[in-house]
Design a protein around this ligand. Structure first.
Ligand code: ACM
Length: 545
């Protein structure tokens, strides 16, 4: 008798302790909330909203595409064929609604209110509705990201009220598809992952010494010849003796492929910034059309890495050739910005060419740097006449910046600071904090990379606004961007390993207000849950230390 009483008492104590633990730690009925990037303001309420087969999406005509997008996002894993209606009945529903009273949230902000009966997502523009959907997606169990139906899950999200908007308008990721060609399906996957992190710019590096990857109808040899190299260096460039793999490598995106990718990005509010490199990083194009070079030599598409001296000549015919290329680029890419490269253009061949020296005299220029500046200014004038804006790596400052140019600051912050002080817009992409081709940990334990060291925490701590700018100058910092160069990343798995989870950290750099950032909270409380989502999405992310 006595022992059964003590058993009951012991059981009672254990149950009470568990109940206390569950409720005080926010487990039990309230699922863990792990949104990346961290929203501006969030309050957590009582209870949950449970998604059911009869949940209705309420949307007027103006958010119809987004309602369909939401339906698709929720369909594969739940198997629920959610109905979309124009008006609200008294049913359990998710309401999408544009609301011009919310203009103070900016073009990309939104309000999301989850109560047990209803989810209400409001924004001044469609962009905000989209970002609200990205948040809503992350409020559900990680299995919602499964591409096939999952049984046995209660699809519930915690009751919350979220007010959210981004810190910067340029939230970018770059991908070099030229050093190694990346399949079209992977480019789409990468863009989808950017959107999930509320990133909105995909900087697509399309041309290089080692390969030209965009079909240009007027100049078919750019891809017939320029998209293929006969072999590739094996191992690191610094390793001697050099060995090659004797395997042809290449590929390109047809204009139909590009249209498909642009449409995929458009639906996810990602703008693609295509990059056509000039006057340097041009060997593949010169291999296709030797008259674009300075020596007349028949070059091959480059098979090794680094910076080489084969750059475009500055002749009028070459400028017109490149403007023809840009005309086709403009037809394909509707975004405001076009990237013209501009980095690492060695001037040896221009110095040694009597034709180029005559051109410098004829144009009344001082030197090769002013000639490069002249070259870029011609592109700036061309693009502005078509209603677009030129962006280039920070070398475009040398010899004088073109009037309409935006600078992408990669060799540290200095170029960005100079450009902002001169009243030009700037995207911060410094090697020190945003080069995701650098190692993430001790090289002895990492797959081969180009060099450097950029651990997750260093990405997280990056502040795109350099100190020392006046508030007026700081307004020229459009945002920041991560770079993924692919010399040592021959396939999508390797790209994903280098990009993730550093993209997750960068997303918070460019979205979350400075005072709301906390590496500790990101790394300990949210990233582990978020990585479950990436795992389900088959992202080969680098495991945490
Ligand atoms: C660059 O890394 N050459 C922009």
């Amino acid at each position: 008798m006595k022992s059964s009483q003590s058993l009951i008492r012991r059981t009672f104590v254990i149950v009470a302790a568990w109940l206390f633990l569950f409720t005080s730690l926010g487990w039990g009925t309230t699922p863990m909330i792990a949104i990346i990037p961290q929203p501006v303001n969030m309050t957590v309420g009582e209870g949950v909203f449970t998604l059911a087969p009869d949940t209705v999406i309420v949307s007027r005509e103006d958010t119809n595409d987004l309602a369909h997008y939401l339906k698709e996002v929720l369909a594969s894993s739940t198997g629920y064929p959610l109905e979309i209606r124009k008006t609200q009945k008294d049913s359990h529903c998710i309401i999408l609604s544009l609301n011009s009273d919310l203009e103070h949230l900016g073009t990309e902000g939104y309000l999301l209110k989850v109560t047990p009966d209803q989810v209400r997502l409001e924004a001044p523009r469609n962009e905000g509705i989209f970002y609200g959907i990205m948040t809503l997606w992350q409020l559900l169990p990680a299995e919602i990201f499964q591409q096939t139906r999952v049984e046995g899950i209660t699809w519930q999200m915690p009751c919350v009220a979220i007010e959210d908007y981004p810190r910067f308008r340029w939230r970018g990721m770059h991908l070099d598809t030229a050093r190694h060609f990346m399949p079209k399906e992977f480019v789409k996957k990468y863009i989808g992952l950017l959107a999930l992190h509320k990133m909105n710019v995909f900087h697509w590096h399309l041309t290089e010494d080692q390969g030209w990857r965009i079909e240009i109808k007027k100049y078919p040899r750019l891809t017939e010849v320029g998209a293929w190299r006969k072999e590739t260096l094996v191992g690191h460039i610094l390793k001697k003796p050099r060995k090659f793999d004797r395997t042809r490598h290449g590929g390109f995106y047809s204009q139909a492929d590009i249209r498909e990718i642009v449409e995929y990005a458009r639906r996810r509010y990602v703008t693609i910034v295509p990059e056509i490199e000039m006057p340097g990083h041009a060997q593949a194009a010169i291999a296709a059309y030797p008259e674009l070079g300075n020596t007349g030599e028949q070059l091959e598409v480059w098979t090794t890495w680094g910076v080489n001296e084969n750059i475009f000549n500055p002749n009028e015919s070459t400028i017109l050739f490149l403007q023809d290329v840009l005309s086709e680029v403009l037809e394909l890419f509707p975004g405001e910005f076009i990237h013209i490269g501009g980095d690492e253009a060695l001037k040896n061949q221009w110095e040694q060419s009597s034709q180029v020296q005559a051109r410098i005299k004829e144009l009344g220029l001082k030197d090769e740097h002013e000639l490069q500046s002249y070259f870029i200014k011609r592109m700036d004038t061309f693009l502005r006449a078509k209603g677009r804006r030129l962006i280039g790596w920070d070398e475009i400052l040398e010899g004088g910046l073109a009037p309409g140019a935006t600078v992408m600051s990669w060799r540290g912050e200095t170029g960005g600071i100079a450009a902002a002080q001169a009243g030009h817009d700037v995207v911060m992409a410094p090697m020190t904090h945003t080069y995701f081709d650098h190692y993430q940990g001790n090289p002895e334990n990492e797959p081969p990379a180009i060099g450097g060291l950029l651990p997750l925490e260093k990405v997280y701590e990056f502040n795109p606004v350099p100190s020392g700018l006046t508030p007026e100058q700081a307004r020229h910092i459009l945002g920041a961007q991560g770079q993924v160069w692919t010399e040592y990343l021959p396939n999508p798995d390797k790209v994903e390993y280098m990009a993730f989870p550093r993209v997750c950290a960068l997303a918070e750099v460019v979205w979350t207000p400075l005072e709301k950032k906390s590496y500790e909270n990101f790394r300990q409380n949210r990233l582990p849950t978020h990585l479950q989502r990436l795992k389900i999405l088959n992202v080969n992310y680098r495991p945490l230390d």
